[in-house]
Design a protein around this ligand. Structure first.
Ligand SMILES: C[S@@+](CC[C@H](N)C(=O)[O-])C[C@H]1O[C@@H](n2cnc3c(N)ncnc32)[C@H](O)[C@@H]1O
Length: 285
């Protein structure tokens, strides 16, 4: 149950049912004050289903289980807001302080792994790729990988394409990076293979029964889990962060969104530097 209005019929549409459905798939908790968003965000899906109204959709779903349709509804309700070098400070801190230390620590393995969890349309992952290429030429010949994971299939398709509109490029991307790392065609800019080849994207649910990285060797040096936990409830955040803790290297770095905090501070050491806060694993004593 996500709030106290489940089952309540509001203006002919059972929004409680839709909120519950979204929670069941993505664990996103939608506030009833934002029920109006269903109308706009599901309009294309309704059209594709040959429907015109939300109450038709609810009736249809109640009549027979349609997992694919439910999944599409949950995905359509995600907020995919992102930009290149969003909230610059974590990237500045990585460049100036954290990556030089990690690089020193990985000299023998020459491997660095990054995870952009909830990567949306890919700008966060590509920002990391450009940062590495631009400021750390000594990493040439290292095994570098940047994994991007998001629940929204459409966002992942866009991330994989690496093609952005002029408006998206104009948000936060230094001109030098635009010229160096993108090819230009009309209103669109496509990330060049050099940065593209470092990034791998796939659709996965951070809160599903199977965690996206659960093989024995899955280990990351830097994890960006930013601006997604605000959509989750406390228990979901706790469970997710315990799993993230397990796949972060002992000297690895976790960044959350600037307004987000770990639920269980006993698991993490927080450090404030350069106006950004990062977290490291606190090991059980
Ligand atoms: C606001 S965007 C944040 C993007 C990026 N991390 C940033 O800070 O710019 C939130 C993203 O979280 C994704 N998301 C929401 N619930 C998710 C879940 N359960 N599993 C994976 N991704 C999820 C959404 O699809 C959306 O793309």
């Amino acid at each position: 149950m996500v709030d106290g209005t489940e089952g309540m019929d509001t203006g002919g549409v059972d929004y409680g049912y839709l909120r519950e459905l979204v929670f069941g798939h993505s664990h996103n908790v939608l506030d009833p004050s934002r029920d109006y968003l269903f109308e706009t965000r599901l309009s294309r899906l309704l059209r594709n289903q040959g429907m015109t109204r939300l109450d038709e959709l609810v009736r249809h779903l109640r009549a027979r289980k349609d997992l694919a349709l439910e999944q599409s509804i949950a995905e359509a309700m995600t907020i995919n807001e992102t930009s290149f070098f969003r909230d610059r400070r974590p990237f500045d801190l990585l460049r100036a302080e954290l990556l030089p230390k990690l690089i020193e620590a990985r000299r023998s393995t020459r491997t660095l792994s990054f995870w952009s969890a909830a990567c949306s349309t890919g700008q966060e992952a590509y920002s990391l790729a450009m940062l590495l290429l631009e400021h750390f030429p000594e990493l040439a010949g290292w095994r570098l990988s940047i994994e991007g994971v998001d629940i929204c299939a459409e966002a992942i398709e866009r991330a994989q394409a690496g093609r952005y509109h002029r408006f998206e490029i104009n948000r936060g991307l230094p001109a030098l990076f635009v010229v160096r790392y993108f090819d230009h065609a009309g209103e669109d800019w496509t990330i060049k293979p050099e940065a593209r080849s470092l990034c791998h994207f796939r659709q996965a649910n951070l809160c599903g029964p199977v965690f996206p990285f659960s093989r024995a060797g899955d280990r990351f040096d830097v994890i960006l889990l930013r601006n997604v936990m605000l959509y989750f409830g406390r228990e979901t955040r706790r469970t997710l962060l315990a799993k993230v803790h397990r796949v972060l290297a002992p000297d690895g770095i976790l960044f959350l969104g600037s307004t987000e905090q770990p639920v269980d501070p006993a698991l993490w050491t927080a450090t404030l530097a350069g106006g950004a806060c990062y977290f490291m694993r606190r090991m059980p004593s």
